[in-house]
Design a protein around this ligand. Structure first.
Ligand code: DAH
Length: 344
């Protein structure tokens, strides 16, 4: 048996000299060292030997297994490194090849203007309402009725508002002011929120009007809110958005849901106030409507107007963007002309 063991070892060593790959080494390991391998077959027959021979042959068999497995391992590592290096050379990536050109996306100017306005107003203490409180498909109830529009108000006419076929009172909202009602319903002041979004109007499209555009609604309700607070917030907003140099003016106006109401104009950027086509010769451009929340609106949502007061405002995003970047046609924002969009 001793000779048999030595013969096995010798022929294993001989075969090992001729291997050329890790897989061939695996085969050898199987042939000699696995459970059904040649060395194990011998170990299985030990039981027929005398105790003395069992000890001698047993330990020789173990010694040979160990030696062989070490030698296999050394050879295996050698081939493994060699094969890996060959693979690395073969699979090398040519990093000097020019990459595929993908065009870079840009944030749309209306989105970036909205983000900028929102961030200024957040800095002044307002938080954005959840989108669910600011739906684009709205009911007349939120868009008009709760905002103190009388039932026969001309804005409700088919001329201005897009009605849907869903139900007679379901419309595409014509203003973001309905978000005021959603924001106040079931809540207690202080409420200080903004709500950006798209609005729709059945208008003839021209350089100054589109049949959809974007607004940012603002609302602040608390004890003791005054028109002075409204002016303070809006003046500060305009100072940050345009820089301190642009003249502005508050002009008295009318909205059903505010009393008193105002419109804020910014000096026309095209003509520096001299009067041109863009500002219809007035030298001013209107950028937002605002006012003190009408007591009827507060009452409608269960807030006591004898205890609380508030102000609201609604800004036109396109207007503000046009004024800042001297754009004289609102349609440029929406006709997907890359020469225009790439400038932002
Ligand atoms: N919703 C008005 C519009 O679309 C703008 C507006 C005016 C909003 C006065 C307000 C406000 O919140 O107080 O013309």
């Amino acid at each position: 048996m001793k000779e048999q063991l030595e013969k096995i070892y010798k022929s294993a060593c001989e075969e090992l000299k001729n291997v050329n790959s890790t897989s061939e080494i695996d085969e050898l390991r199987n042939k000699y060292l696995s459970r059904k391998g040649e060395l194990n077959e011998i170990k299985k027959n030990l039981k027929n030997l005398s105790d003395e021979d069992k000890r001698i042959i047993g330990s020789l068999a173990n010694e040979i297994s160990e030696k062989l497995s070490n030698e296999l391992k050394i050879k295996f590592d050698e081939f493994y490194t060699k094969e890996l290096n060959e693979k690395l050379v073969k699979d090398r990536i040519d990093i000097t090849l020019p990459g595929k050109f993908t065009r870079e996306g840009k944030v749309h100017p209306i989105t970036s203007t909205t983000d900028e306005i929102v961030s200024i107003l957040q800095g002044l203490g307002f938080s954005v309402v959840p989108a669910i409180h600011s739906p684009e498909v709205e009911t007349e109830y939120y868009n008009f009725d709760m905002l103190n529009f009388p039932p026969d108000h001309p804005a409700k006419d088919m001329q201005d508002t897009f009605y849907t076929t869903v139900a007679p009172n379901v419309i595409l909202r014509s203003q973001t002011s309905g978000a005021q009602i959603h924001a106040m319903e079931g809540k207690n002041p202080p409420i200080r929120v903004i709500s950006p979004g798209r609005v729709y109007r059945n208008e003839e499209v021209n350089a100054r009007k589109n049949n959809f555009f974007h607004q940012i609604e603002g609302l602040y309700v608390d004890k003791g809110v005054t028109f002075g607070d409204l002016k303070g917030v809006l003046n500060e907003f305009i100072r940050i958005y345009f820089g301190s140099s642009r003249p502005t003016r508050f002009r008295s106006s009318y909205f059903p849901f505010t009393e008193p109401s105002a419109e804020v104009d910014v000096q026309c950027i095209m003509c520096e106030g001299k009067g041109c086509r863009t500002c219809s010769g007035t030298g001013w451009l209107e950028v937002l409507g605002a006012g003190m929340v009408d007591p009827n609106v507060l009452k409608g949502v269960g807030i006591d107007p004898d205890v609380y007061s508030g102000f609201a405002f609604g800004m036109g995003v396109e207007r503000l963007a046009m004024l800042k970047y001297a754009i004289d046609d609102i349609r440029l924002f929406f006709n997907d002309d890359e020469r225009f969009l790439n400038q932002f």
